[in-house]
Ligand binder design. Structure first.
Ligand SMILES: Cc1cc2nc3c(=O)[nH]c(=O)nc-3n(C[C@H](O)[C@H](O)[C@H](O)COP(=O)(O)OP(=O)(O)OC[C@H]3O[C@@H](n4cnc5c(N)ncnc54)[C@H](O)[C@@H]3O)c2cc1C
Length: 278
């Protein structure tokens, strides 16, 4: 079959989708889509499916049964611009291929992330890795936080420029630049691993800033491979995996017996079911 062309996905190519105050996601290229997943799966299953409904069903079957290799035949390449602290989380996803701007070679631009007022929250008391989005932060505290961050960015960048003016090497002058500085890179991943990335980074436990990037990537994937994306949402993103303890609890609940899970295990179980913590 000829090179797969998807006019909706083609329309996204080279568009910068803004994220945060200076960042973006840009789809540089894509290889394949739903059709490619089906074609490559047919190599293993024979010429079974032909209609759109059957193709959709086949993709859903592959997703449900973790027959993941046909999804690896679809590849997306992005140009991304994000603060370094987001990139630190991003690069933990090792199955990508990437190439990043070099602060040894280039002068880093005066671009830093300062969270908008609505993103400034106190430390969460229940989630050690997260923000307490319920308790309001007084407006003057929010402004003071934003001014502190912006002021320190200005000062650090001024020192950086001064060192460059004094002829200090770029690779040294940059070392005090903060994690809020923007970086850019090309990033390529196959669809199987991209779904794994999206599952982790669209989740409410992921940091807000990386989640905002993941949402843009998700919308692009939805266009490149709409059936696969729909199946990912149903089976992976909004599906849940239960431990054997939890399955026993479900059986007890279905039989009208007393629940036995307690504490953290109970909270996590209820969270999976979308129920309040207690
Ligand atoms: C909410 C959240 C909080 C986190 N907090 C922390 C934290 O506090 N500290 C921290 O260090 N990290 C943290 N992480 C990062 C996390 O531990 C993973 O490193 C990251 O999510 C990438 O996942 P991955 O390894 O599955 O993905 P990938 O690197 O993309 O790998 C995909 C899959 O390939 C396989 N694989 C890839 N490379 C190898 C390998 N070398 N050996 C064996 N199998 C491999 C694994 O099956 C893996 O699941 C956090 C992630 C999330 C989502």
């Amino acid at each position: 079959m000829a090179h797969a062309v998807n006019p909706e996905a083609d329309a996204l190519l080279d568009k910068e989708f803004p994220v945060l105050d200076h960042g973006f996601v840009r789809l540089v290229d894509y290889l394949g889509g739903d059709d490619r997943i089906v074609q490559s799966a047919r190599v293993s299953y024979g010429k079974g499916t032909k209609t759109v409904r059957e193709d959709k069903g086949l993709i859903d079957y592959l997703m449900r049964h973790l027959h993941t290799s046909p999804f690896e035949q679809v590849i997306l390449s992005f140009h991304l611009k994000m603060p370094i602290f987001v990139a630190r989380q991003w690069v933990r996803h090792r199955t990508a291929r990437m190439n990043e701007i070099s602060g040894r070679y280039s002068v880093m631009r005066d671009e830093f992330y300062v969270p908008p007022a609505g993103a400034v929250h106190f430390q969460s008391k229940t989630n050690k890795q997260g923000r307490d989005e319920e308790t309001p932060v007084p407006a003057e505290v929010v402004e003071s936080v934003r001014e502190t961050l912006a002021g320190e960015n200005r000062e650090t960048y001024a020192s950086y420029e001064k060192m460059l003016e004094d002829g200090i090497s770029r690779e040294l002058a940059r070392i005090n630049l903060p994690l809020s500085l923007y970086t850019e890179f090309y990033w390529q991943m196959d669809l199987h691993n991209l779904f794994h990335f999206l599952n982790l980074r669209l989740d409410a436990h992921a940091q807000l800033e990386i989640r905002l990037y993941a949402e843009v990537i998700a919308n692009i994937v939805k266009t490149v491979a709409p059936y696969a994306y729909e199946s990912f949402e149903r089976n992976i993103r909004y599906g849940r995996r239960f431990s054997s303890d939890e399955i026993e609890e479900i059986k007890r609940l279905a039989a009208g017996e007393e629940p036995q899970l307690t504490g953290r295990k109970l909270r996590e179980f209820r969270e999976k079911l979308g129920l309040p913590a207690d």
